[in-house]
Design a protein around this ligand. Sequence first.
Ligand SMILES: O=C(O)[C@H]1O[C@H](OP(=O)(O)OP(=O)(O)OC[C@H]2O[C@@H](n3ccc(=O)[nH]c3=O)[C@H](O)[C@@H]2O)[C@H](O)[C@@H](O)[C@H]1O
Length: 441
Amino acid sequence: MPALDEDLFPSTPSKIKIERTHTIMNNRSFHRNCFTPTTTLFLWTLLLILLTASYMTIQTFVDTNNHHHHPIPRHHLIIGGPHWEKKLRSSAQIRRSHGISVLVTGAAGFVGSHVSLALRKRGDGVVGLDNFNDYYDPSLKNARRALLNSHNVFIVEGDINNDHVLTKLFDVVAFTHVMHLAAQAGVRYAMENPHSYVNSNIAGLVTLLEQCKSADPQPAVVWASSSSVYGLNDKAPFSESDRTDRPASLYAATKKAGEAITHTYNHIHGLSITGLRFFTVYGPWGRPDMAYFSFTKDIRQGKPITIFRGKNRVDLARDFTYIDDIVKGCVAALDTSGKSTGSGGKKKGPAPYRIYNLGNTAPVSVPTMVSLLEKYLNKKAKKHVVTMPGNGDVPFTNANISLAQRELGYKPTTDLPTGLKKFVDWYESYYVDDHRKSVSY
Ligand SMILES: O=C(O)[C@H]1O[C@H](OP(=O)(O)OP(=O)(O)OC[C@H]2O[C@@H](n3ccc(=O)[nH]c3=O)[C@H](O)[C@@H]2O)[C@H](O)[C@@H](O)[C@H]1O
């Protein structure tokens, strides 16, 4: 477990702008009051030169999207400059023969941090990109960053919607692959903040693909789609060839849109594309907004939990998939991705376009998941069972993984009891044993 020394205080971009304006205004009145016109002119010229020089050497990134989560710790805003480029190059450096150099978006996220570590451990070059937004407690993201840092993986702080940051990254590193995991996740939260889904999962995706399209050489792109694209499909198990045109949530709709959007980049620009439909991924360093995680917190604290139930009192079920299995699937997808064919933004020949389910093939009901947690936490849950509200949930998910098995060698090996135990052990060491961390998520 890495020490969590960093104590970051995210500030919003608008705060940063206001403070800068104040500084300049204060300087102005100071000059007006204290100097003669010639001195003032000289000082203004000097100030202008200094400002221009610092703008050219230190380019700061301020996220301009404002209806989404985006606090960015101020001391990580500096993009560019020799020191930054050196860190980037060192992080991207390949340390094995036939290794790859991967840009991992969402690297401070759950799946992103695990995939980044796995790639680094086998000697691949890895550069992370993450906007460290506050959809859930950013201190967990910072702890993941500290962990990655200790393995010499550098996470650049920036948004996938920010062309400037992306251009810089692609200018400095010739990435062979992009593992695109940055997204607005969560099925039910789309009811509260629909625009954040459009912003990250659609606009951000297009911005990133535009960069990949123009990069020379073009990287191969592997990205996270979702089991939720199956929507109202009730034919089990879900196969890649099943209908995905009836999404039940805006989240699912944006992921489905992502599959269509990536297809056009494959078709027009020759980008190699692999979409991975993840099935309810869980495990250590997971996402606090997910049910298994928030239930753990509430059960421990003696707080009631709400368990949704389907029509006719049928339990909801999920094909919970353990993080290590997902990581293996992601790495295998990178290794088998094949090359993008375009250059100068133009397609030179057909490139692979693939979609795979990455699930566990063994759906477990939500009440069963809760009883496992009760067992591991040695505490009874205060259960409040309610009928599933119409907010985007689907009754069950169940993956057919034969395609991934055949083409990626994907074979999940962790069942829910084993994986949940590992999660609870991690949770207790992270939040309980280490008293410096608050359970404020
Ligand atoms: O496979 C995916 O593509 C998605 O997986 C995940 O979504 P879900 O499967 O909905 O996971 P999660 O929220 O943990 O709810 C699990 C179960 O608990 C039930 N649930 C939830 C909350 C609650 O308070 N009560 C409850 O019963 C709930 O009704 C559900 O039956 C990812 O979050 C999502 O980002 C996406 O990647």
